[in-house]
Design a protein around this ligand. Structure first.
Ligand code: ADP
Ligand code: DP6
Ligand code: CO
Length: 323
């Protein structure tokens, strides 16, 4: 057989965070999460299946990847190959239009794009909900990148029902700004960071209790289109997730000195009357939920304060697509 497919998927930033697995092999999360898909950051990935290939190969950003990175991809592609009943090797070529492994959710767009391309190349053609259960097993956050707008990843009870659900298309003046504090590769992956947190953090039970409540409240806020409530829950949930890391043994944090300065500045901008709320993932970079119509004005204030740091505006992104 010989078949080639290519897909684009956008990153998503969680407003209610996923931070821990109850099953490390099946990527079943400890709690349900909810995100906003971003237009500005994405991955494009092509998959070529051919009987003439001896083994899988993987090129990322024009660099052939080592055996460890390639094995990760092979393992993921096996999920599709098993269902399709094939053993054909694949050539995977991917380009990230987002910094890789810097806490800007490259693993989300990466596995959503790879999964969608493989879904088509194998002829499986799973629907988006089922596809989300497959891409989940490449990276948990990828589950939510299958759809655009506000997306919930329902924790589910089994591998088959731990999937993404479209909540709202977010077409009510929603935007997100990213302040790039440091886009180098992190030293502790999300995967290892969350595992250490689940296993050792004194604050983990409180986090789970609180995240469940936050999810209910944020869905109410989205339903009412109450931007202030949406922002306040987003900011508080993100900070609680970072709090769990300080409660781990050994304690750790993804924050840098400049991160704190950016958060302080955002609070100041908010006091000036702009509606803007921050969140952060497993990295030092800061994301700001705001009205899309306010984004340029807020960007200007941030650029004045941090002239050396890129400040990037994004509108709401769409779901995964074949290209
Ligand atoms: P991030 O904050 O960027 O999501 P993670 O630690 O969750 O960081 O994941 C980064 C890892 O995801 C990379 O080290 C790599 O293994 C994988 N990854 C990133 N981009 C791609 C891609 N385009 N295709 C396949 N795998 C990717
Ligand atoms: C802080 O999805 O990158 O961004 O499932 O192990 O691949 P793995 O981890 P990943 O974790 C994302 C963590 C987060 C919060 C979130 O996106 O919900
Ligand atoms: Co990730």
């Amino acid at each position: 057989m010989k078949q080639q497919s290519k897909a684009r998927a956008h990153t998503n930033i969680a407003l209610i965070k996923y931070w821990g697995k109850r099953d490390n092999k099946l990527f079943l999360p400890m709690n349900s999460s909810l995100s906003l898909t971003l237009d500005a950051f994405y991955s494009e990935t092509s998959v070529e299946l051919s009987d003439s290939f001896e083994a899988d190969s993987f090129i990322l950003n024009d660099q052939p990847q080592n055996s460890q990175e390639t094995a990760k991809i092979s393992h993921f592609l096996d999920l599709f190959r098993q269902t399709a009943g094939i053993k054909t090797a694949a050539k995977v070529v991917s380009q990230n239009f987002v910094p890789t492994a810097a806490g800007l959710a490259s693993s989300a767009s990466a596995f959503a794009a790879l999964g969608a391309a493989m879904n088509h190349a194998t002829g499986l053609n799973l629907d988006l909900a089922e596809l989300s259960t497959y891409v989940r097993r490449g990276s948990g956050s990828a589950t939510r990148s299958v759809y655009g707008g506000f997306v919930e990843w329902q924790m589910g009870t089994t591998s088959a029902d731990s999937l993404a659900v479209e909540i709202d298309d977010a077409s009510w003046d929603i935007g997100m700004i990213t302040v790039a504090v440091n886009t180098n590769k992190k030293t502790l992956s999300s995967r290892d960071g969350m595992k250490l947190t689940v296993e050792t953090s004194a604050f983990y039970p409180a986090w789970l209790e609180s995240a469940a409540k936050d999810l209910v409240s944020i869905k109410e806020a989205i339903h009412k289109q109450d931007f202030q409530q949406l922002g306040e829950i987003t900011e508080s949930n993100g900070m609680k997730m970072h709090g769990t890391m300080l409660g781990a043994t050994p304690p750790f944090s993804y924050w840098e000195a400049l991160t704190v300065e950016v958060l302080t500045k955002i609070r100041e901008i908010r006091r000036q009357g702009w509606q803007c709320y921050f969140t952060m993932d497993a990295g030092p970079n800061v994301k700001i939920l705001c009205r899309y119509s306010d984004a340029e004005a807020i960007q200007k204030l941030l650029t004045t304060a941090f002239p050396d740091n890129p400040v990037i505006i994004s509108k709401v992104g769409s779901g995964v697509k074949l290209i």
